[in-house]
Every structure is written in C-alpha cells, then in structure tokens.
Design a protein around this ligand. Structure first.
Ligand SMILES: [Zn+2]
Length: 392
C-alpha cells in the first residue's frame, strides 16, 4: 500500500520539538515546560487546568489537562496523554540537528522521551482544527513525574475525564502499539539483627548484613522467566566497620505480564528474607535476641493488558491502514502512564512515537518518525469520531 501524503506541517513540528526539548524538565522540575505547554494549548483553543499533583509529589507544577471541544456532534471524547518530565542528565539540553536526525551533544538526554509524544499530540490537534476535520471532544493530559514511578498519573483524578478510550504516546518505535506491559510490586525488606563490637564480642551480635546476603544469594533475580523480572536495587545499612550491623534495608521490585507470576515471585522474595532470619538468635547475658525480617510487598502499578479485539486496537490498525501503513502490536517490560489509566478502567494503549535510545545521552529522534506519528494520531482521532458518530 503506498503511503498517502502527510497532512502534517513538518517544519512547524520540528520547531516545536526543538523548542520543547530545549526547556529542560527533569522530574520534579517540569514547571517551565508546563507553563510553555499551557500557553501553546491555550493558544490552540484549549481550556487548560493544572491540578494539585505537584504539591503531592514535590514537583514545581501539577499535571496539565487541556480540553478541546469537538466538531463532530455525538462523537465520543478521546484521551491523549504524554508526560512532561525527563530523566537526567538534563541540566541544559543542546540538541544537534543533522538533516532529519536530532540528537544530543552527548552531555544530556534529549528528552524525546516524552516530548516526541507531546509534539505529536499538539500537531495532530492543530491540523485537525485548521483543516476542520470532524473530531470529538479531546482531552489532553500531560503528566509530571512519570519517570519516578508514574506518580503524576497516579495523583491525577481520572474522574475529571469524560473520555473512556485513548492513547498514551510514550514508547520507542513508530506505528507500533504497546498492548501489554507488566504490573510491578515493590519489595522492601528490613532485616533486624543485633549490634555488637566487631573485635571484642562479635559472638554477641547478629549481622543483619550477612543474613540479607544469605537471603539474596538464594534468590531468583534478573530475568525470572519470559514474562517476569526481579531486581534488588538498593541496600542500605551499617554504621562502621567495627560494628556488627543490626539493621539493613533492601529495596527491590518484581514485574510480570502475569499477575500469578508476579505474586509468586514476590512471595519467593519474601520467603527468602524470612528464611534467612528464621531461628537465628543470640544469648547476651540472660536475654535471648531473635533476628527478624519485615518484608513489605506493595503494588507499584497494574498491568496493561489490552485484548487484540479491543476497540482501541482496531482503531489504531484501521488508522494505520488509512495512511498506508501497518501497525505492529507488542509487549514491553517497561511501564507507562497507560498502566495507571488502564488500572482505572480506561481502554488505552501506548503508541510508539519515534523516541530512540531513551534514558541515555545517545538519545535521538528521526523527525520523519514524529511526522508519521502525528499523521497516524490525526487519523486515529478522525476515525474515532467518524465511527462513534455512526454508533449514535
Ligand atoms: Zn517516557
């Protein structure tokens, strides 16, 4: 199928992308880019609100919600979402443009994650309105603190939205739709032993560090199976080399596309910590001290699991075909705000938006991919309106 000519203004999209990436917005410092986006969205005719999530997550702005009134009577509203924050290093960003490729100067990330998604949303809406292409109400949610545990989305009040269906644009690739992403649990273990002088009376201590090490040595970590991963990322504890450490905190996570496997892996990690302290005690004088472990397992986010026959999947596939492209469905091991929206009952998937080698200083984008993504998105919104209008 030949690709149809793009309706997107590639030069405008490029300028906007460069403008936005140059406004550094590491997590918790999204304020400057949020104010810029607020001005852009208002200028486009959107009604913009900023919520109070910033106060709750320690950021200098809240999530931005912009509503655009539809032009297709009876069409159902549609949600479009991306995130404003980036990982570091992102102190100052100096993009280097070589033809259609935009990369960094090697000292920072580019922030195409997720400004590539954000500009695709902005440009698609602009063209829809300029060309008077019928669309339903559009709700644009630009979140904060996505990169630190999806915290902006978690603090966004989903009941403020009328849309029940939509897309998050926050993953590498182009014309690719993420329909499965894992759920995750935090696993935090605190191991309690007993302090003692390491040289004078080590036999009167219980090393929390050694017990933690034994637990970890017997633990399945890394890639557990095709659908499941586990990692311990932080170990904290101990005071000095001459003190038997009485407390160690180990923080980790497990993720899986399967809820059953997620719970099984979390239980395994818990059991390893508990087994390492079981029966460990020391008598000091007339007192017996027992080692113990406190293990907390908490759901970090829910899984994204969109059935292949879901409306949103058919919509994106039809839209891709409509612009002469295919659309590949895939799973990923990373989470996005789509996990949070899905957990609240939204029919949502994560659309590739051209970001590459993300979370590194080698990050780059091909502007052609951004144009293609905006074009695809425009067609998604147009088709959604056309089909939901018919449905009424
Ligand atoms: Zn992202």
């Amino acid at each position: 199928m030949p690709a149809t000519p793009s309706r997107i203004d590639a030069a405008r999209l490029k300028d906007e992308f460069l403008d936005l990436v140059c406004i550094a917005s590491p997590t918790k410092h999204e304020g400057a880019v949020a104010r810029r986006l607020e001005a852009i969205l208002t200028g486009m005719g959107g009604r913009v609100e900023v919520d109070d999530a910033g106060e709750r997550v320690g950021s200098d702005t809240g999530n931005v919600l912009a509503r655009f009134e539809g032009s297709a009577p009876g069409a159902e509203p549609f949600l479009l979402s991306g995130h404003m924050d980036t990982v570091g290093p992102a102190g100052a960003i100096h993009p280097v443009v070589e033809g259609d490729i935009v990369r960094t100067d090697g000292t920072s990330v580019l922030g195409g994650d997720d400004k590539a998604g954000v500009v695709a949303i902005l440009e698609a809406i602009r063209v829809l309105r300029e060309r008077k292409i019928p669309h339903g109400d559009l709700e644009v949610v630009l979140t904060i603190s996505e990169e630190s545990g999806l915290r902006g989305a978690k603090h966004f009040d989903g009941s403020r939205l009328r849309a029940r269906r939509g897309l998050v644009l926050d993953v590498d690739g182009v014309c690719e739709l993420i329909v499965r992403a894992p759920a995750a649990n935090h696993v935090i273990a605190t191991i309690y032993g007993l302090a003692a002088h390491a040289g004078i009376c080590p036999e009167e201590g219980l090393s929390a560090l050694q017990m933690a090490a034994e637990a970890i040595a017997g633990m399945k970590l890394g890639r557990v199976d095709e659908e499941t991963t586990a990692n311990l990322g932080v170990v904290q504890g101990g005071l000095a080399t001459n003190i038997v450490p009485d407390c160690v905190v180990v923080r980790g996570e497990t993720r899986s596309l399967s809820m059953e496997k997620l719970e099984a892996q979390a239980a395994h990690m818990r059991e390893r910590f508990e087994a390492a302290v079981a029966g460990r005690s020391v008598r000091v004088g007339d007192r017996v001290h027992h080692a113990r472990a406190e293990v907390q397992v908490r759901r970090q986010y829910d899984a994204l699991d969109v059935p292949e026959d879901a409306g949103i999947v058919g919509l994106v596939r039809s839209a891709a075909a409509g612009i002469g492209r295919g659309c590949r469905l895939r799973a990923t091991g990373g989470a996005s705000d789509a996990n949070v929206f899905a957990g609240r009952g939204f029919e949502i998937a994560n659309l590739g938006c051209g970001m590459r080698e993300i979370h590194t200083v080698n990050e780059w984008v091909d502007l052609k991919d951004l144009v293609l993504t905006a074009d695809l998105l425009l067609e998604v919104v147009r088709l959604h309106a056309a089909s939901s209008e018919r449905g009424h």
